[in-house]
Design a protein around this ligand. Structure first.
Ligand code: 4NP
Length: 146
C-alpha cells in the first residue's frame, strides 16, 4: 500500500504524518510506503519545520531527512490513498482530480475532523503529533488487512 500525506506547506503536518505512519506501519510489519507533499510551493526543497522535527524526535520519530515537494497530478496514479489534513487541502486536491477513481483515493486523515495548522503557534506541534498519531493508528486498523 502506498499512502501520500498532504497539507498546505508540507513542512509541519504532512511531514509528521509521513514519519508517524511509516514508523507505525514498519512496527506492524506492514509493507507500506508513505510519502508527503504540499499544495503550496513556498517551501519546496526545504526540510520540515524545526518544530515538527523536534515534536517527532521527542516521540522517537526522525523526520529530519524529508524534503518538501509539491503535490502533482501523477500522485493520483502512484498512490492508493491520499490523506489530507483539513478541508482546504481536501478542496485543493479534489480540484485536481481527473475522475472518480482519483476522487475516491482522497480522504481526510481524521475522517470528519481536521488537523489544525500549527504553523503560527509553537504550542500546537505536540498536540498535532498526537492527533496525527491517532489518525494513523485508525487508518492502520482500517486498512491493514486489505
Ligand atoms: P503545514 O503548515 O501546511 O502543516 O505544512 C504550513 C506551513 C507553512 C505555511 C502554511 C502552513 N506557509 O504559509 O508558509
Amino acid at each position: 500500500m502506498k499512502i501520500l500525506m498532504v497539507c498546505l506547506g508540507n513542512i509541519c503536518r504532512s511531514p509528521l504524518a509521513e514519519g508517524i505512519m511509516q514508523h507505525l506501519a514498519d512496527k506492524e510489519g506492514l509493507d507500506w510506503e508513505i510519502d508527503s507533499a504540499g499544495t503550496g510551493n513556498w517551501h519546496v526543497g526545504s526540510p520540515p519545520d524545526r518544530r515538527s522535527i523536534r515534536a517527532a524526535a521527542d516521540e522517537g520519530v526522525d523526520i529530519s531527512r524529508q524534503v518538501c515537494r509539491l503535490f502533482r497530478v501523477s500522485d493520483f496514479d502512484e498512490f492508493d490513498l491520499i490523506l489530507v489534513m483539513d478541508k482546504s487541502n481536501l478542496n485543493d486536491i479534489l480540484a485536481k482530480a481527473r475522475n472518480n477513481q482519483d476522487r475516491n483515493k482522497v480522504k481526510m486523515l481524521l475522517g470528519d475532523k481536521i488537523v489544525p495548522d500549527p504553523y503560527y503557534d509553537d504550542m500546537q506541534f505536540a498536540p498535532a503529533f498526537k492527533l496525527i498519531e491517532a489518525g494513523c493508528k485508525e487508518i492502520i486498523r482500517e486498512y491493514k488487512s486489505k
